[in-house]
Design a protein around this ligand. Structure first.
Ligand SMILES: *Cc1c(COP(=O)(O)O)cnc(C)c1O
Length: 392
C-alpha cells in the first residue's frame, strides 16, 4: 500500500486517519515513553521496580474504579488487547479446571459470540479451548441468547466461561453485559470482557450506561493505545481476583525465588500475564493523566462520540448515503448507494494518493461498506464533510 505520509499512516496519529482503530497519543505520553525507553526502566517485579509499578497500579486502579470492579481488583499492562485476552483466558481456563477438578486435557469450552474479536478465537486455539459460539441479535450478544444456547446444548457443563465485547471493533457495539453477567452467575461461568477498543467509553458520561454489568467482569481488557491516547504498546489487563491470575501465571524458577514473598503488597506484574520481562509500558499513560487530569480524558473521548453522532446525522441527510446503524460509540458504518466493492477501494486509494485522508472500507453482513473510526479529538466535522463529498 502506498505510504500515507500526510495521514501519518506509520503512526496513525493524525486527525484524518479514520481506518481500523487509529491511535492518537498525547505529547505528554509520547515524551514519557521516550524516557521509559531511554532509561531502560523495567517493570517485572516489586523488588526491582516498586516505583514504576506503583504508578502503573494507580492507572489500573483508575480503570478498575471506572468499571466498578472491587477494591481487590488488579493486574498489569501488557502489549495489546490480544496479549490481554490470551492471559485472561489462560487464567479463566486454569481456574475452572482447578475448581472443577478437571485434568489438563479434559475438554472445556468457552462461550463467544460470532462478533468477538479475532484475537479471542486465536487465544482459544492457542490454549486448546474450544469456542462455544453463540449467535448474536443485531450483532450483540445477549444474556437470553447465551442462556438459550447453553440450555440447548447436550453438555453445557463443559462451558467454563464467556467472552463479552464492550465495543466491537468494526461497529462499536456493546454486548448485553448485565444479561450475560446474570447467566454467567447462574452457570458458574468466568466472565471476560474485551473492551480493548470500547473500554475507554467508560470515561464518557453520555455512554456510561451502556456498560452496565461490566462491574461483574472476572477479567477486563482495555487498550490505552487505542482510545486513551497512549503510544503503542499499552493494554490494561484487570482481574476481579488477582490471586487467580497469580495461580495461573506465576513462573516458578529458582533464580526468581527472591521476587516472591508472602507480602501481598509486593506486586509483581510478571505474575498476571504470560510474560516475565516487560517494560513499564503503563507509565506514559500515568504521566499523561497526571499532566492533563482525567476530566480532559473524558472530554476527549466525548468529542469522538459527538463527532460520530454528527456524522450519522449528516449521512442521514445526504441522499446518496445510507446509515447502516446508529453509532453506539465512535465507529460509523454507512453505504454509498449503488457502489461496488471496487468503487469503495478506488475511493479509498484516491483519498490516500491525494493525501486527503485514510478511510479504508469494511465488511458488513457480506457487503463492502464505508466506515469511519473516530478518536482523534481534533478530527473536525468539516474534514468529514469533505471526505463525504468525495463519494457524491
Ligand atoms: C483491537 C482489539 C483487540 C486487539 O488488540 P491489540 O492491542 O491490537 O492486540 C482485541 N479486541 C478488540 C475488541 C479490539 O478492538
Amino acid at each position: 500500500m502506498e505510504r500515507a505520509a500526510g495521514t501519518h499512516h506509520d503512526h496513525g496519529r493524525q486527525p484524518r486517519f479514520l481506518s481500523f482503530v487509529p491511535a492518537a497519543p498525547t505529547q505528554a505520553a509520547t515524551l514519557f515513553d521516550m524516557l521509559v525507553s531511554c532509561s531502560s526502566i523495567q517493570g517485572v517485579s516489586w523488588l526491582l521496580a516498586s516505583g514504576p509499578i506503583a504508578a502503573e497500579n494507580q492507572v489500573l486502579r483508575l480503570l478498575a474504579d471506572l468499571a466498578g470492579m472491587p477494591a481487590e481488583a488488579g493486574g498489569c499492562f501488557v502489549s495489546g488487547g490480544s496479549a490481554g485476552n490470551l492471559s485472561a483466558l489462560v487464567t479463566a481456563r486454569d481456574t475452572a479446571r482447578r475448581r472443577r477438578g478437571l485434568g489438563p486435557y479434559d475438554r472445556v469450552r468457552f462461550a463467544v459470540s460470532d462478533q468477538a474479536h479475532s484475537s479471542i478465537g486465536n487465544a482459544l486455539r492457542i490454549i486448546g479451548v474450544e469456542p462455544f459460539t453463540v449467535p448474536t441479535t443485531d450483532h450483540r450478544l445477549t444474556g437470553p441468547a447465551l442462556r438459550a444456547a447453553l440450555l440447548a446444548d447436550a453438555a453445557p457443563s463443559d462451558v467454563i466461561g464467556v467472552a463479552a465485547t464492550a465495543g466491537t471493533t468494526n461497529a462499536g457495539i456493546i454486548d448485553d453485559l448485565t444479561g450475560i453477567a446474570a447467566v454467567a452467575r447462574d452457570f458458574g461461568l468466568w466472565l471476560h470482557v474485551d473492551g480493548a477498543y470500547g473500554g475507554a467509553g467508560l470515561l464518557a458520561p453520555s455512554v456510561r450506561h451502556r456498560y452496565r454489568g461490566i462491574e461483574h467482569a472476572d477479567s477486563l481488557v482495555i487498550d490505552p493505545h487505542k482510545w486513551l491516547f497512549a503510544p503503542f504498546d499499552c493494554a490494561a489487563l484487570l482481574y476481579r481476583e488477582p490471586r487467580l491470575a497469580r495461580a495461573a501465571h506465576t513462573q516458578d524458577a529458582s533464580y526468581l525465588d527472591a521476587l516472591h514473598t508472602d507480602d501481598d503488597t509486593q506486586w509483581n506484574p510478571s505474575d498476571y500475564a504470560h510474560h516475565l520481562s516487560r517494560r513499564a509500558r503503563g507509565l506514559p499513560l500515568w504521566f499523561s493523566l497526571a499532566v492533563h487530569g482525567t476530566r480532559a480524558y473524558s472530554e476527549a473521548v466525548e468529542k469522538a462520540l459527538i463527532l460520530a453522532r454528527a456524522t450519522a446525522a449528516l449521512i442521514r441527510n445526504t441522499p446518496y448515503l445510507e446509515l447502516i446503524r446508529e453509532p453506539e460509540l465512535s465507529a460509523v458504518l454507512f453505504r454509498r448507494i449503488g457502489w461496488s466493492p471496487e468503487d469503495y477501494a478506488a475511493r479509498s486509494a484516491r483519498l490516500l494518493a491525494g493525501q486527503t485522508a485514510f478511510v479504508a472500507p469494511t465488511g458488513w453482513e457480506g457487503e463492502t461498506i464505508a466506515r469511519f473510526a473516530f478518536l482523534h479529538p481534533e478530527t473536525s466535522l468539516q474534514s468529514v464533510e469533505e471526505i463525504m463529498g468525495t463519494m457524491a
